[in-house]
Each structure stands twice: as C-alpha cells, then as structure tokens.
Design a protein around this ligand. Structure first.
Ligand code: UDP
Ligand code: MG
Length: 326
C-alpha cells in the first residue's frame, strides 16, 4: 500500500513476567503508547505477555489488561520455567512479523520502539539495546557483568555483544532461525549471537526496576554465567587437558629427581610434607577436572531426555486482529 514490505507490517512485543503484579500496571500504559506509535508507523502491533508460572496476582492483572485492550495476547506456563523458557514460549507463538522482547519491570524502555523499528526496516535482523548506564544496580553487579562479558568473549567463538541483554527486536527470519535451536540449556544471549545475520545495537539508559525485586541474586547470576560459558564454549575442558599436561610434566620431572636422588644418595624415609602436598594438590586438580567433565555430561544428560522446553497452561490470543491467531 504505502511501500512497506509485507514482512515489515507486523510486530509483537513479548514480555516474560514472573511475579510482577506490582511492576506490570506501570508498564502497561507505556506498552500501549508504544503499540500506538507502532500503529502510527503502519504496523499491526500487539503485545504478548508470558506469565512464567507466577505465584502472585500477575495472571489476574494480565487478564485485566486483555479485557481493556484487544491487542493483548496472554500465555501462561504450567509452572515457573525460567525467563529463557518463557521467552522461547512467547517467540514460538509468533506466526507473523517481528518480535520485540522487553522485561516486565520497565528496565527496557518501550519508548525506543520507533528507533528499533527504523533499524529493522533498514534491513537489520537483530536490533539489540546496549546499556550505556545501569541505574539502580550496585558496584558488584556492574563489575561482575563486566567480567562476565570479557570472559565469555575470550572463551567463546560465538559473538556475545557486551552489556546487551534480551532487549531486542528480531526480524521474521531471525525468529525462524532461533526457533530451530531447541537446546534445553538456553543461554539466550549466546543463541542470539549464534544465529548471526545483520545485528546492530541501539544504546540506551537502563533505568532501575520500576517495582518489585530482581529475581536474579548473586548466586543465580553466578550460575547463569557458568551456564553461558559451558553452553557456548568447551574451552574449560581444554583448560583441564592443559592443566593435566602441565601437572604430568611437573610430576615426571619431580619423579625423575626423586628416583635419581634415591639412586645416588640412598633411600631415606623423608619428604612427608612434600608427599602430602603433592597428593593433595593432585587430588584437588583431579576432582576439579572431574567436576568439569560432569558439568558437560550433565548437559548431555538433560539434552538426551528430550523433554519439551515448557508446558502451556493457558493461551489467550489477541482479539483485535481479524487475520492470524494474534
Ligand atoms: N523472569 C521470568 N521468569 C523467571 C525470572 C524472571 O520470566 O523465572 C522475568 C521477569 O519477570 C522480568 C525479566 O525476566 O521481566 C527480568 O528479570 P529481573 O528484572 O528480575 O532480572 P534483572 O533485570 O535484575 O536481571
Ligand atoms: Mg530487571
């Protein structure tokens, strides 16, 4: 009609929410404004909320949104599967057009939608927001995030852009590509990087959480980092090999010296401290390497079970659209 290609006509905002009854009512007006902006740009726009098995009043709040606005689609998972699975569930439901992923806590500003859409229309497949400031996040979180991006950058062959979360717009073909990746351990930042295509970043200010508390504490973040590294790199395994090699070389050198000493000067019982030190050290290294192998083996085990990534409890498509499911 007005020169816009058909695949550039439809956009779905995907919001994963877990216990966000406080934050969602603040987000929804901003989402609606963003949808209006998208419609002004000639897009068929809607929002899909994924309730990731919340235990508070999130679902009733979402139902209310759907009653008030026909552009709201809802999906509820049968339990809390984690943000990665919830996002996957949401993205799987998108049949047409692009997807824009947002956090429910208002940390990813929906106001940037026109900028994202403009980049998408220029031909980019993965438009991601890169944080230039992280409000309301402590020194520890910033430092650990910084360290994490450096480590994963060094270890993994898959590009993981720095200071970039799940806040991004994916073109239809990027979405289709992502849907083919059905691994159980889903490190989304890595998966987004893995599919490739035309990526571009949009810098933005990351505000503090609007309400409620972050679901990711230090321990969870640590595990998340391990997840990322083990999902996208086998470098730790190689490291274990090298550590083993170096230790073996050392052991060989030291062993030769011990034998030589015994041959030259006789074999007095001595060296208990050094023996203990060596045994303990080797024991430690071996256990670490074993644990590392176990980490990868565990992943293999999870994959081999071939369970679905999530289960759906309820699905309520958007009403306001005549064609398509939502
Ligand atoms: N989230 C989710 N399932 C979970 C944990 C979190 O869907 O098991 C959602 C949460 O509702 C929010 C987003 O993931 O929309 C990011 O969570 P949070 O703000 O707690 O993380 P942070 O911004 O502190 O990294
Ligand atoms: Mg947050």
């Amino acid at each position: 009609m007005d020169g816009i290609a058909p695949e550039h006509r439809c956009l779905t905002l995907v919001v994963a929410a877990f216990n966000e009854e406080e934050a969602l009512p603040r987000l929804q007006p901003r989402i609606r404004a963003a949808l209006d902006m998208a419609e002004a740009e000639g897009l068929e726009a809607r929002v899909l909320y994924v309730d990731d098995g919340s235990r508070d009043g999130t679902w009733p709040v979402l139902l209310q949104f759907a009653r008030e606005d026909a552009r709201v689609a809802l999906l509820r998972l049968s339990r809390n599967f984690g943000k990665e699975a919830a996002l996957t569930a949401g993205l799987d439901r998108i049949e047409r057009g692009a997807a824009l992923i947002l956090d429910a806590d208002g940390q990813d500003p929906p106001e940037l939608l026109p900028q994202f859409v403009a980049k998408w229309r220029e031909g980019h497949d993965d438009v991601h927001g890169t944080r230039v400031a992280r409000e309301g996040e402590g020194v520890f979180k910033r430092a650990s995030a910084h360290g994490f991006y450096r480590i994963i950058g060094a270890l993994s062959k898959t590009p993981v852009p720095r200071d970039t979360g799940d806040f991004r717009l994916l073109s239809p073909r990027a979405l289709a590509a992502l849907r083919q990746l059905r691994e159980r351990h889903r490190f989304m930042k890595g998966l987004f990087g893995w599919i490739g295509f035309n990526a571009v970043s949009v810098p933005y200010q990351r505000d503090a959480r609007a309400a409620g508390r972050s679901k990711f504490n230090a321990w969870k973040l640590w595990n998340f980092a391990l997840e990322g590294i083990t999902s996208f790199s086998t470098a730790p395994l190689r490291l274990a090999t090298y550590a083993g090699l170096v230790t073996a070389l050392f052991a060989f050198g030291y062993g030769s010296w011990v034998i030589l000493k015994a041959l030259l000067w006789g074999d007095q019982v001595a060296g208990w401290p050094s023996m203990m030190a060596v045994i303990l050290f080797l024991g430690g290294v071996q256990l670490m390497a074993l644990g590392l192998i176990g980490e990868y083996l565990g992943r293999l085990y999870e994959e081999s079970k071939q369970r679905p990534l999530y289960l759906i409890d309820a699905w309520r498509p958007a009403e306001g659209v005549s064609s398509g499911r939502h």
